[in-house]
Design a protein around this ligand. Structure first.
Ligand SMILES: NC(=O)c1ccc[n+]([C@@H]2O[C@H](COP(=O)([O-])OP(=O)(O)OC[C@H]3O[C@@H](n4cnc5c(N)ncnc54)[C@H](OP(=O)(O)O)[C@@H]3O)[C@@H](O)[C@H]2O)c1
Length: 248
């Protein structure tokens, strides 16, 4: 065991986009980063290699966050690690846009299970480990859409708003054990998730952003790095917008 390590940090959906930036940030802060993915092993390994090449420590771990059994098995593995779990970032998510009259039950279930139930179940498993250590930081990657709503994203917005309720309730449940729970609500961030937007759509969105540009994954990662740190020791139950002023 490397004594200089800060402990384990699990980033769900750490293989791409915002999760990859968060993994690299936490790697640079001295955590042993567990980079979770579901299908994109090569991208997860790329993130691990980048962290290791910069002198950090990381490994990839495949599990589907929408499957309770797989979550449980993954956390059993983490519990066997010599490093204590210090940080959980519930970042994995999907967005399937649909107007409500066209919304299919399967899409609704998939969206709620991957974005919301996953965060609740991973938080439950993490809480079990962190409660014994009487320290930890759980960070939910919600969305500005969960705060403002968005036509065509009823299921996604409901899931992301649910993550805010999860954050506030869990913060109250776990504060006495010195476990902090916070949410970050990104605005529009340039990743593969927003890659499907046309230049016209991007321009229309940007017109409503006071700071005048879409965000970068590193903008979210910086906030997560802070929330995980001792500098944020007095923050819990908070919802922090990283949105260029889109929602104030
Ligand atoms: N981009 C934005 O503008 C924006 C704004 C607000 C909030 N967010 C939220 O930020 C988070 C990351 O978004 P992003 O833009 O970085 O997305 P992304 O580029 O599409 O990456 C999604 C990540 O989630 C993983 N993932 C998806 N389903 C999974 C599952 N069932 N089990 C485990 N991992 C799974 C993917 O793994 P694989 O590589 O294996 O597929 C990938 O690592 C999401 O929760 C999203 O809702 C994004």
């Amino acid at each position: 065991m490397n004594p200089s390590l800060q402990g384990l940090a699990l980033v769900t959906g750490g293989s791409r986009g915002i999760g990859a930036a968060i993994s690299k940030k936490l790697g640079s802060l001295g955590y042993h980063v567990v980079v979770n993915y579901v299908s994109n092993e090569a991208r997860a390994i790329e993130v691990v290699n980048e962290i290791v090449n910069r002198g950090g420590s990381a490994e990839s771990l495949r599990f589907d966050v929408s499957k309770e059994e797989e979550i449980h098995t993954a956390f059993q593995k983490l519990a066997e690690s010599p490093h204590p779990l210090r940080v959980l970032v519930n970042n994995a998510g999907i967005s399937e846009d649909s107007l409500i009259l066209r919304l299919k039950k399967e899409s609704l279930d998939r969206t709620l299970e991957t974005n919301l139930s996953s965060a609740i179940l991973c938080s439950k498993e993490a809480a079990r480990l962190m409660m014994k250590q009487r320290t930890g930081s759980i960070i939910q990657i919600s969305s500005v859409v969960g705060e403002m709503g968005n036509a065509g994203q009823v299921a996604y917005a409901a899931a992301k708003a649910g993550m805010i309720g999860l954050t506030k309730s869990l913060a109250k449940e776990l504060a006495s054990r010195n476990i902090r729970v916070n949410a970050v609500t990104p605005g529009y961030i340039e990743t593969e998730m927003t890659g499907a937007l046309t230049p016209e759509q991007k321009e229309a969105i940007t017109r409503n952003i006071p700071l005048g540009t879409l965000g970068q994954a590193t903008d979210v990662a910086e906030m997560v790095g802070f929330l995980a740190s001792e500098g944020a020791r007095y923050l819990t139950g908070q919802v922090i917008g990283v949105n260029g002023g889109l929602y104030i």
